[in-house]
Structure formats: C-alpha cells, structure tokens
Design a protein around this ligand. Structure first.
Ligand SMILES: CC(=O)N[C@H]1[C@@H](OP(=O)(O)OP(=O)(O)OC[C@H]2O[C@@H](n3ccc(=O)[nH]c3=O)[C@H](O)[C@@H]2O)O[C@H](CO)[C@@H](O)[C@@H]1O[C@H](C)C(=O)N[C@@H](C)C(=O)N[C@H](CCC(=O)N[C@@H](CCC[C@@H](N)C(=O)O)C(=O)O)C(=O)O
Ligand SMILES: Nc1ncnc2c1ncn2[C@@H]1O[C@H](COP(=O)(O)OP(=O)(O)OP(=O)(O)O)[C@@H](O)[C@H]1O
Ligand SMILES: C[C@@H](N)C(=O)N[C@H](C)C(=O)O
Length: 462
C-alpha cells in the first residue's frame, strides 16, 4: 500500500481532513504497535484495553501517522500527523473500502464453519498461476481482519481472496457489503459457534449473508452436498455452482484416497487424471473442489490449477505433521475445533498406519452452548481403543467425553485434565510418548493446545 496522509484523511472523512497536511508516505497500517512496521499508519483500537495508550510504542516502532478518536483529542501526540475520527474501527473499515475501490481487484470471499483458511489458501494458490493475488493473512477474518486484508494489497493486485468469519448474525452481511465480492464461497455448515445460534439451520442462515454484497453478475459457489445450503441457494439470484461428492454437483469429487501426507481424488469436469493435494483428510477434497471451481470461474487452465494444488502450502496447525522430540509424529490441528472438524480429523488420524500407539489429545470445543455435553460425547464415535489406544482430554467440557469413554476404554487409557491442569497433561504425555507413536492434537483456540505442541515438538525440525 502507498498513500499520502492527505488522501487517507479524506478517505476516512477525518474531522480535520481539510487542514494542511505534510507530505508523508504511508506504506501500511497496523492496529498493534508490537507488530507495527516502519512507515505504517497506527490504528488504535479498543479491546480489553484502549490502543490509544500505545501510541509511543507505535512511534518507537516507526509509525509515520496515526488515526485518533475525537474523544481522545486532548491526549493526541504532537510528533506525527494525527487523523481525527469519531470511531477508529469504522475509519479502518472505511479506509479498507476506499483502497479496495482504488485498486479495484476481483474479490473472492470465503466462509464456512470449517475449511475457510485452507480453502482460502487453495484458492489463492490456483489463482496465482495467472493473476497477482493478495489473500487473508493467516486467519484475519473478522471486522478488523477483513479491512486489514484489503489494506495489505499491493497496487498491482488483480484478485483479493478474503476469508470471512462470523459468530453472530449480521457480521457476514457487513463484511460482504464491505467487499462486494465477485465470487462468494461457502465451504460447509458445521456446528462452530452454535452457542450463539442454537441450530445448524440458523448457522446456515448466517453464513448465507455472504451473498448480501455479491455483485449482480457474481457467482455463488457452495457445498452442494449440504441440504441446508441447497434450500437457501434457491433464493439467490446470482449464478451458482456447487461442489461436493454427489454426482449432481457442478464439480463432483470421486475416487478419494488419502494417506498420511497427501490425498488424491478425481474431479468430474476433468476426469482424465487424479488430482493430488499435499494434505491428509478426505474433508480437504471439498476444499480443493471449491478452489477448482473458483479457478474455472476465472478461466484458469485446469492443468495449471492441478499443479498449484499439488504444491500449495497450508497455513500452520491445519492437519500439519510435525516431528516430536521422542521420535513420535505429531498431527497438529490446534488452531481451533468443533464437532464436525474433530470427528473428521479423528477418522483421518485413525486411518494413518502406525508402528507404535495412536494417542489423541483433545481440548475443549468452545462456544457450543447447551449442546456442549452431547457434542463432546459425539466424539466417542470416532474413538476406538483398537485404533486410538490412549486419549488425553483437556478442559471442563471434555469431562463429558471422559465419562462416556469409560464404557469402551480401559480406565488407564483415559487421561482427563481440567483446563488449569494442562501443565500436568504435558508432563504425563511427554513421559508416556514413545518413538513411532502418532499423536493428534485438536482443540479450540481458547484451550491453547499449542502449549502442548510446543512441549512435544522437536524444535530443531520445525
Ligand atoms: C482488539 C484487538 O485489536 N485485539 C488484538 C490484540 O489483542 P489484545 O488482547 O492485545 O488487545 P487489547 O485489548 O489488550 O489492546 C487493545 C488494542 O491495543 C493494541 N495494543 C496492545 C498492546 C500493545 O503493546 N500495543 C498495541 O497496539 C492491540 O492490538 C489492540 O488493538 O492483539 C492480539 C495480538 O496481536 C490480536 O490477536 C487481537 O486481535 C483480535 C483477536 C482480532 O480480532 N484480530 C483480527 C485481526 C482477527 O481477524 N483475528 C483473527 C481471529 C478472528 C476470529 O476470532 N474470527 C472468528 C469469527 C469472527 C468472530 C467475530 N465476531 C469476532 O469477534 O472476531 C473465527 O471463528 O474465525 C485471528 O487472529 O486469528
Ligand atoms: N471442509 C471441511 N469439512 C470439515 N472439516 C474441515 C474441513 N476443512 C478443514 N476442516 C477441519 O477444520 C480444521 C480447520 O481448518 P481451517 O482452518 O481451514 O478452517 P477454518 O474455517 O478457517 O477454521 P477457523 O474458523 O477455526 O479458523 C482443519 O484442521 C480440519 O480439522
Ligand atoms: C474467537 C472466537 N471467534 C473463536 O475462535 N472461538 C473458538 C471457539 C475458540 O476460542 O476456541
């Protein structure tokens, strides 16, 4: 990004937009002074703390200008241009919209209960074979992350791939209208954040908001195997394309074979030879099919898309294999968890050949509301002592699963730890794991199984 302070002040309709501004090149934006790069515009946001208090840290890290809330005007700094606004978050979003209109790329928006990040990465990799592509960094997918993504575009960006998350009604409506996508993708409907919705039907209603900003000549691409989406898509006016395993889809996957390091499948539009993705997990076929449909919508040559998928690099902690200090192999899926994702990665993990034991470390699945106990117990369907010999459970919600497993597992194979006893889990697990064991780590962001991963992984290998 490269903008003058004058331009930014006008774009956000700053209170002081008409004042004389110095010539200052802004080359980026940051809401976190700890990560701010020299040349950035600092955007103080209010969370548990008020970002305005970190202005000196921002200046020390190289901020060349700052947005500033009018109600903090009396504390405004004097050593750099201060752009006064009523609401810094709204100004960030307004600036993102302005810059999107200025660069004017095609926009692909991706949402879904699971697979958003992986599908976003796959879409970006296939489109990059023919276009200059910017994509969401990591999981920056909310009302802060989406404008940050827009403002990360290089001036020559031709397509921006925007991941969109939500956990309440109205959030995707806002984000969709902000970016006005040319293509909107829904990966699937699971149970993520069901605490705030009550049913999968309502999650589907909220996910469908992603078409509210879809351009009239845009394309809606969705998982055609999901009845909740099939029914809702009937009300969508724009062109539609579906992906899934059912032969009735626009693009149907078949002949799926998966191993520890890759998955192969056949795609119905190009049946001559199989596709390969460098990830385990049959569920990733749907993510790849969505990416192939987007590629086809952008007239990417099938062979180019095929090669891009074969070599794409997933975001870390999404079904990622790592080497452990004892010689074990660790399957890290620690970024987040919810019932469908957990069941599917347990099934995939159970199918991986193992010389030693398979050990599952499962952290609480958060934001499931009053269905939490039953949804945690539902994981028992994927836990068989003949395939996963040992289970470590962490978090108060996992207590329900621990009790349920007593009818199928020997007591010595179930290891339960309340949230606060994760350090004990780490100590016990590191003492128990042996070379040739396979260890799966899966839990919600809020349970922080990355701490268990850090204790197990052979840092020389990462
Ligand atoms: C408000 C904010 O910016 N928080 C970020 C901040 O967290 P921290 O706890 O430090 O904030 P504070 O309240 O303490 O500080 C206030 C501000 O001051 C800044 N600051 C602090 C200290 C300092 O020394 N200097 C500073 O400048 C600080 O940055 C604050 O702005 O920092 C964390 C570490 O960088 C950030 O992680 C945190 O960011 C929040 C979580 C955020 O929303 N970040 C977005 C860019 C984002 O997209 N994050 C995604 C996760 C998004 C997500 O959860 N998505 C959901 C679905 C959507 C749900 C939606 N309703 C929602 O609320 O998000 C999903 O399921 O995917 C990510 O990081 O992965
Ligand atoms: N299409 C899918 N169907 C079911 N589960 C999936 C699918 N894709 C990925 N998963 C599971 O969800 C996990 C997270 O994948 P990814 O990060 O791509 O999804 P996400 O929607 O971005 O997740 P989050 O909302 O937590 O960021 C994966 O590691 C895998 O276990
Ligand atoms: C931050 C919130 N959107 C989220 O990701 N919640 C999950 C369930 C978590 O915190 O683990």
């Amino acid at each position: 990004m490269k903008m003058q302070v004058t331009e930014i002040a006008k774009a956000v309709q700053a209170t002081n937009a008409e004042q004389a501004w110095p010539t200052v090149n802004v080359t980026g934006v940051s809401f976190d002074s700890r990560k701010l790069q020299s040349g950035d515009l600092f955007i103080p946001l209010v969370g548990a703390n008020d970002g305005h208090q970190f202005i000196q840290s921002a200046i020390d890290h190289g901020a060349v200008a700052t947005l500033w809330a009018n109600d903090h005007a009396d504390q405004a700094p004097s050593d750099l241009p201060v752009i006064l606004v009523d609401d810094t978050l709204a100004a960030l979003q307004q600036l993102g919209r302005y810059y999107l209109q200025k660069i004017n790329p095609k926009v692909v928006a991706v949402t879904g209960s699971n697979g958003k990040t992986t599908t976003k990465d796959m879409i970006a990799s296939v489109l990059a074979t023919q276009f200059n592509v910017t994509k969401t960094h990591a999981n920056f997918n909310n009302q802060i992350g989406v404008p940050i993504t827009l403002l990360s575009m290089e001036p020559n960006t031709e397509v921006v791939v925007v991941e969109m998350g939500m956990d309440h009604f109205g959030e995707l409506d806002f984000l969709s209208r902000l970016v006005q996508p040319d293509v909107a993708v829904i990966t699937m409907i699971g149970e993520a954040h069901i605490e705030f919705f009550g049913t999968r039907d309502k999650i589907a209603d909220a996910k469908m908001e992603i078409v509210h900003g879809l351009k009239e000549d845009g394309t809606f691409i969705y998982n055609g195997d999901e009845p909740l989406l099939q029914t809702r898509a009937q009300a969508v006016q724009q062109h539609q394309r579906t992906f899934g395993l059912d032969a009735s889809n626009t693009l149907a996957g078949s002949a799926v074979t998966t191993s520890q390091s890759q998955t192969q499948f056949t795609a119905s539009l190009w049946p001559d030879e199989p596709y390969t993705i460098p990830m385990m997990g049959a569920y990733n076929v749907n993510n790849a099919l969505a990416a192939l449909l987007v590629a086809d919508t952008f007239h990417i040559r099938p062979n180019a898309a095929k090669q891009a998928l074969a070599s794409f690099v997933p975001t870390e902690n999404r079904t990622e294999w790592l080497a452990g200090q004892q010689g074990e192999s660790i399957l890290s899926d620690v970024y987040n968890s919810n019932p469908t994702a957990a069941r599917r990665v347990l099934a995939a993990f159970s199918a991986v050949p193992a010389k030693g034991q398979r050990i599952a470390v499962l952290g609480d699945m958060l934001e499931l509301g009053d269905q939490s106990d039953s949804l945690h117990v539902s994981l028992a369907s994927e836990l068989d002592p003949t395939t996963i010999q040992s289970v470590y459970l962490n978090g108060e919600h996992m207590q329900a699963l621990a009790k349920a497993l007593q009818s199928t597992y020997p007591e010595t194979a179930i290891h339960y730890y309340p949230t606060a006893e994760q350090p004990q889990l780490i100590a016990d697990l590191t003492a128990a794991v042996n070379a040739d064991d396979l260890v799966l780590l899966k839990g919600s962001h809020g349970i922080h199984l990355e701490n268990v991963l850090a204790a197990l992984v052979d840092h020389a290998e990462k």
